[in-house]
Design a protein around this ligand. Structure first.
Ligand SMILES: [Cu+2]
Length: 425
């Protein structure tokens, strides 16, 4: 395994972002010529227009101009290459057909506020932890009905486009991979755009995607109150949740104990980074398992002092809005976050595969909690989002490569506005 690729990618990539739900099954099945229209019916009307949910619009998103040499990748100017007409949803609605409530809303018309509670996993009862794991595992196996993933290539190799079924959990493993892997053409890789890391949109990208995954897991499992817990790595010197009561114990090779349900998990996206393929092996048994080697990279977990130092940074982010930004809370916390990925080694240490390990979400929710603390402390609001000019990370850039444009700056507000509350005790 390429153990240091996580670090390498953070050094090489300066651009970022993804947007929610990707490919609506009925918009892509049987399609041979692109771009196509994707304005599905919701309860009999296009984009739920009759219900006030949205309307069908041509090229509704205004994207910033990116580097010219990536224009062959279908993710560039997403979703324009694949779809020329898409649903533009009104504020309380998301989804390709505007059929889903925006985070924080529920009810038949998405007009009732809805709050979920993210807890410290170490403060949860054994029953609560078991229930969390059971829901997660169910989401890992249950196939998404309306959405598919792209096992894919760039637009020069459209012939290989293959839309495949994915489970509720895997949709997000794919999303993280899709936002992160290099833009490519044939054997050439360009590490010039990373929609999710290395710039101002790091927090907003992950925040929105985690909220969406929670929503999808709520829909898949029928548990409307499902929320991810967080793991406070800053209070520990070693991973205390790496045992079979939580995310699974590992053996000397990093394989998960057979007494943990996570030993059965197979990765949707393999190590074949350059060919940008996911789920190419027909049989799940041929796909890779989770590998996790906590502490083996001699990386230490960041401490509470490290976190405090970041939270006391005067600016949310500073020019040049990348990993060399100084006095930037975003850069400071993102680099602590990188350290945690490195600490785990294995797939957590490979940015395009990391989301295949459930510890990824326990870690990222903790990082989001810190982000929220910074927002609340500094009273940040969308208008305070910095004027970042990195492709995909600007204040009005959509969180890419998702559908339904949600702008990065919309995530810069207390997460309670998105229907989530952090519970520390
Ligand atoms: Cu990430």
């Amino acid at each position: 395994m390429k153990k240091s690729i996580f670090i390498a990618t953070f050094i090489l990539l300066y651009v970022a972002s993804v947007n929610g739900f990707l490919f609506f099954r009925e918009c892509v099945e049987g399609v041979t010529s692109w771009p196509t229209q994707c304005c599905p019916l919701f309860q009999g009307s296009v984009c739920g227009e009759n219900q006030g949910r949205g309307y069908c619009a041509q090229k509704p998103y205004i994207r910033t101009v990116g580097p010219v040499d990536v224009t062959y990748d279908e993710r560039y100017n997403s979703p324009g290459f694949l779809f020329n007409w898409t649903c533009q949803c009104n504020p309380r609605f998301i989804g390709a057909d505007c059929g889903i409530c925006y985070p924080g809303w529920t009810g038949a018309n998405c007009d009732q506020p809805h709050m979920v509670y993210r807890q410290d996993i170490k403060k949860m009862s054994p029953q609560q932890v078991q229930r969390f794991i059971a829901t997660l595992h169910y989401g890992k196996t249950k196939i998404m009905k309306d959405y598919v993933i792209l096992s894919t290539a760039d637009r020069f190799r459209r012939i290989y486009y293959k839309f495949l079924d994915a489970s509720c959990y895997d949709l997000f493993d794919f999303l993280h991979n899709y936002a992160t892997r290099p833009f490519n053409s044939g054997a050439q890789e360009f590490f010039i755009i990373n929609y999710a890391h290395g710039s101002t949109g790091f927090f907003s990208w992950h925040r929105y995607c985690i909220v969406l995954l929670e929503k999808v897991l709520q829909m898949c499992s029928g548990d409307n109150d499902f929320a991810f817990p967080f793991w406070r790595w800053e209070l520990e010197t070693n991973c205390s949740v790496c045992n079979n009561d939580y995310v699974g114990a590992t053996d000397i090779d990093g394989k998960i104990s057979k007494y943990s349900v996570f030993s059965e998990w197979r990765l949707i996206c393999g190590n074949d980074y350059s060919q940008t393929v996911c789920l190419t092996e027909e049989c799940a048994c041929q796909r890779e398992r989770i590998v996790r080697l906590p502490g083996l990279n001699s990386a230490r977990l960041p401490t509470i002092n490290d976190v405090q130092r970041c939270l006391s940074m005067p600016y949310y982010d500073t020019a040049p809005y990348n990993r060399s930004s100084i006095n930037s809370a975003r850069q400071c916390l993102e680099s602590l976050h990188n350290t945690v990925h490195v600490y785990f080694g294995g797939i957590m240490n490979q940015v395009h595969m990391a989301a295949g390990d459930p510890i990824f979400f326990l870690h990222h929710v903790n990082v989001d909690r810190m982000f929220d603390e910074y927002i609340v402390q500094n009273n940040l609001r969308p208008e305070n989002y910095p004027p970042t000019n990195v492709y995909g990370h600007g204040p009005t850039s959509c969180i890419d490569p998702l559908f339904n444009c949600v702008q990065h700056r919309q995530m810069l507000q207390p997460i309670s506005n998105l229907g989530v509350t952090y519970k520390l005790t």
